[in-house]
Design a protein around this ligand. Structure first.
Ligand SMILES: [Zn+2]
Length: 430
């Protein structure tokens, strides 16, 4: 159902952290139609926003949404054991329904936290599309391609077909290439993927330099860091989302251009003890955005929490409380919009109406001296009062507009089934 919505007397926090008051925002169909200082026409729904703050929706630029089904299954293990002894053996027996309900859980949690769009990385894009259509969230899916499997060419054909069948058909779903990483796809396979991405005019999304060992191994195999390898085969000539890049080297920085956006997922790095990589040293120059990674490693899909941890780790490790300022972090928070093709990320006329209406008059956030501080350091999902995606409410008066209980019940049944099935064999090695 479509509404016209008038947000009256709103306090707006822009994508670059500037605050203004007394705005009338008129939303028609899926777009912000008009912004002015008074408005007399009637709208289907009118909301007095004088006590609320309005921001663009949040973007989660790196997720594995179906992995919410594995939340909490592998705790207190090393990163090697997390992949090799836990997650990949369980994933080898995963079923379509596990993927569907895991994705639904994740999407609900994201919307609860104010996320209006996300970049996903997982196999079985069909199930993720189905879940996205059910929830109303925007998704840019990179179906995972593993080069170690002997079915690589077949996988590439399938993904190409999905791109042709899907892109342009839905307003809220795009598909791009998703090689898992340069350590699970070799240089020749990556080149094939980039060629195909060029033909289909799409970008790609892959994991790069998440650990120090990956950089060392790449230097042994290719005499190049993962970033140097990617640059040498043309990866940065197409729109590329880099998950992590935590261990980017000083000499890699020169290869980063306007096609690249990097999704930082601090909670995962802390939990799996991936170390203090170079991204913090270059946070003002690198094109950083916020990701959550999968809930199997990060346990939540909450961009504010991830951004908060990024700032706190940066301040703590550099012994510098003046660095990683609220405006710096807010800009990083908003950067993800630029990497996705959804015409979102600004409270301006002509942009899609992907909007959070924050209620900061609550125990955890009041009093409000600085709304950015309230959001970045004090808020939780309960402060996301309304969430609008493409002009539709997906959360209203603090409640998600979805069959939440049914999805949670189904997900719990899938989880019981996963434990009964147990772990299988995996060909992959981290
Ligand atoms: Zn990941």
């Amino acid at each position: 159902m479509k509404y016209s919505i008038l947000l009256k007397n709103a306090n707006v926090i822009s994508h670059d952290g500037k605050i203004s008051s007394g705005k009338y925002i008129y939303i028609k169909d899926d777009k912000i139609d008009k912004i002015c200082t008074s408005y007399t026409d009637n709208a289907t729904i009118e909301i007095d926003c004088s006590s609320y703050f309005i921001t663009p929706g949040l973007v989660n630029l790196h997720a594995h949404s179906p992995m919410n089904i594995f939340k909490g299954i592998a705790e207190d293990v090393t990163v090697d054991d997390w992949f090799n002894k836990e997650i990949w053996p369980y994933e080898s027996k995963i079923l379509s329904d596990d993927i569907y309900y895991g994705a639904l859980l994740s999407m609900m949690e994201m919307m609860d936290n104010g996320i209006t769009a996300f970049a996903d990385h997982y196999f079985d894009a069909k199930m993720i599309c189905k879940a996205a259509l059910h929830t109303g969230i925007k998704v840019d899916i990179a179906p995972t391609l593993f080069g170690l499997a002997d079915t690589f060419d077949e996988q590439l054909e399938n993904v190409s077909k999905q791109i042709i069948d899907t892109n342009g058909k839905y307003k809220k779903i795009n598909i791009r290439m998703g090689p898992h990483s340069p350590y699970t796809c070799n240089d020749k396979q990556l080149m094939k993927i980039i060629d195909r991405a060029n033909e289909l005019k799409v970008g790609m999304h892959l994991h790069v330099s998440e650990t120090k060992e990956q950089v060392e191994n790449s230097l042994k195999t290719y005499g190049k860091t993962p970033f140097e390898l990617l640059e040498s085969i043309g990866a940065f000539k197409i729109p590329t989302i880099i998950a992590h890049g935590l261990w980017i080297q000083d000499d890699d920085i020169k290869h980063i251009n306007e096609n690249v956006t990097m999704a930082v997922c601090t909670k995962t790095y802390m939990k799996l003890a991936c170390g203090y990589g170079n991204i913090w040293n270059y946070y003002k120059t690198l094109p950083l955005a916020i990701g959550t990674d999968g809930a199997a490693s990060s346990n939540t899909v909450d961009c504010i929490e991830q951004a908060r941890l990024f700032a706190l780790v940066g301040k703590f490790m550099n012994n510098n409380p003046e660095a990683y300022s609220l405006t710096d972090i807010w800009k990083i928070m908003m950067k993800g919009h630029e990497a996705l093709n959804f015409n979102s990320g600004k409270i301006e006329e002509g942009y899609c109406a992907d909007i959070i209406i924050w209620n900061l008059d609550d125990i955890n956030t009041a009093p409000i001296y600085n709304p950015l501080s309230a959001i970045m350091y004090s808020s939780s999902s309960k402060n996301v009062h309304h969430l609008i995606i493409n002009g539709n409410f997906v959360k209203k008066n603090g409640q998600l507009c979805i069959d939440k209980e049914i999805i949670i019940k189904e997900a719990k049944e899938r989880a019981r089934d996963i434990l009964n099935r147990g772990k299988g064999k995996t060909k992959l090695v981290f």
